[in-house]
Design a protein around this ligand. Structure first.
Ligand code: FPP
Length: 249
């Protein structure tokens, strides 16, 4: 069930697939609770969540979504038990290895938002390899947020911008949102139109703080491993019923 359904927003499942949001961003939340409900270890929830990611990413590509951004691991997630962190990293590795095998067929472009330097050399190399192989693909672009935090991204951007000012490459009198956006991990990617958070939590948790300024939000209490095409249709249908004004009237 969708949380915070707006008055007059139909609980419809039918999305108009000819009028899709260009960029969908998802906080893949609820893996741990999904596992607990079944008496399974949290790592089993992440494994199920990775399968859901695979299915939803494939579906987004098939219906013609241009950009899909997912929150896979935050700058704060290092606080989790090391076995859980290793399990998420292992799932990412498995996914990227499989993606490499299918890239030529799927033409999905892979990008990573976040500081990859603390990752294992092997995982970092896989991220770079998938990014490099798919650089020229024109299909759906999947952005995996990995060791990503919105505040961390903004601080890094501010530092890089300040350095450019010091070295004469930028002029603080001419800073605009567009120029500043060029310092973010998401450089060149349009802002998300629709941000989805499953699992009943009603917060952004440091995800795409800058980029989601005008995004439409869809919250549902479905846990991420149970998130389905139908649920995605519900989110898209809710988005299509909204009146986006971008500060205008
Ligand atoms: C949040 O649920 C989920 C994560 C921190 C990890 C997400 C990772 C995956 C879905 C697997 C790897 C990803 C890819 C792209 C292959 P939670 O653990 O906080 O759930 P809880 O709130 O119920 O405890």
């Amino acid at each position: 069930m969708a949380l915070f359904q707006k008055k007059n927003e139909p609980a419809q499942v039918e999305a108009d697939l000819t009028r899709l949001p260009r960029h969908i961003a998802i906080i893949m939340d609820g893996n741990g609770r999904w596992a607990r409900k079944r008496g399974l270890p949290r790592t089993a929830g992440h494994a199920a969540g990775a399968e859901t990611f695979r299915a939803i990413a494939t579906y987004c590509k098939d219906i013609g979504i241009d950009y899909l951004t997912v929150y896979a691991f935050s700058t704060e997630n290092w606080k989790r038990p090391s076995a859980e962190v290793s399990s998420i990293m292992g799932l990412l590795k498995k996914y990227l290895l499989e993606a490499i095998g299918q890239m030529e067929r799927d033409r999905v472009k892979m990008e990573f938002f976040g500081d990859l330097s603390p990752l294992s050399p092997e995982l970092r190399e896989l991220c770079e390899r998938t990014r490099e192989i798919s650089r020229h693909y024109e299909g759906c672009q999947v952005n995996v947020c990995l060791n990503y935090g919105g505040r961390d991204e903004l601080i890094r951007a501010a530092q890089a911008y300040a350095q450019d000012c010091i070295e004469g490459r930028a002029d603080p009198n001419h800073l605009s949102p567009e120029r500043f956006g060029g310092y973010l991990f998401s450089k060149g990617v349009p802002d998300p139109d629709l941000v989805i958070r499953p699992s009943g939590e009603l917060r952004l948790s440091n995800f795409l703080l800058w980029q989601s300024a005008y995004a439409e939000f869809y919250f549902t209490d479905v846990l991420w491993p149970d998130f389905s095409k139908e649920e995605l249709h519900r989110a898209i249908a809710a988005y299509q019923g909204r009146n986006r004004r971008f500060g205008g009237v």
